[in-house]
Design a protein around this ligand. Structure first.
Ligand code: TMP
Length: 218
């Protein structure tokens, strides 16, 4: 089972992932988690190039190829082996981030991007994708108020981030069996309850997971 968490910047998906990891730990269910860009030694080096504010002159095509270079390394060395061993894998972002950010955000034609993604991932597609949806402006404001490190991607203008959000909603509408859209604009504990419920409904977690109080995993 390959699950991905997607959403605009500041959607809280990484916080939710930390909580979900605790649910798996409590229930003693093996889980591998990773994030993009990164998740491998090479991928983390590529992440540094992509996020560094010094690299503001980076072109969209350069950005696309770097994200996918990191992704190819992650797929071959981490994701495929774990999935082949039957481990549940959750990735904080995956190929859909490229469609949302570089496709919709930078207005790059989607078809060549899809071909590149097929090449980079060897056609690996998640079984389930949770979209943590919220207005772009709310997400960016959250990042500023949490004093999160402001990176080169955050620094794109608000219309870019609004296109990313719209892109995600379009991708989710195209493949409604794979995507579940969760309203991430409200209370984090409520979002956690929804994530656990979705995972129970999809057979990822057993029903017991619903009885763990959020206060114990937050
Ligand atoms: P994050 O660790 O906060 O999710 O930061 C990753 C940033 O990179 C975020 O702004 C989304 C962006 N991104 C892309 O633009 N394309 C991609 O393919 C991926 C994986 C991330």
């Amino acid at each position: 089972m390959f699950i991905t968490f997607e959403g605009p910047d500041g959607s809280g998906k990484s916080t939710q992932l930390r909580r979900i990891i605790r649910v798996f730990e409590r229930l003693k269910i093996p889980l591998l988690t990773t994030r993009e860009p990164g998740g491998t030694e090479i991928g983390d080096q590529v992440r540094e190039i992509l996020m560094n504010m010094k690299n503001r002159s980076m072109k969209a095509r350069t950005e696309i190829l770097l994200f996918n270079a990191a992704r190819a390394q992650l797929v071959e060395t981490v994701l495929r082996p774990a999935l082949a061993a039957g481990t549940i894998v959750i990735s904080d972002r995956f190929a859909d981030s490229t469609l949302a950010y570089q496709g919709y955000g930078h207005q790059t034609p989607l078809e060549p991007l899809r071909q590149l993604l097929a090449f980079a991932t060897g056609n690996l597609v998640p079984d389930l994708t949770l979209l943590f949806d919220l207005p772009a402006e709310v997400g960016l404001r959250r990042r500023l108020s949490n004093h999160d490190e402001w990176n080169r991607m955050d620094d794109y203008d608000l219309p870019f981030h609004e296109r990313v959000r719209g892109g995600y909603l379009a991708l989710a509408a195209e493949a409604p069996r794979r995507w579940v859209t969760i309203d991430a604009s409200g209370d984090a504990d409520q979002v956690t309850r929804t994530v656990v419920r979705v995972m129970i409904d999809r057979g990822v977690l057993p029903a017991d997971a619903g009885r763990i109080p959020v206060s114990e995993i937050a």
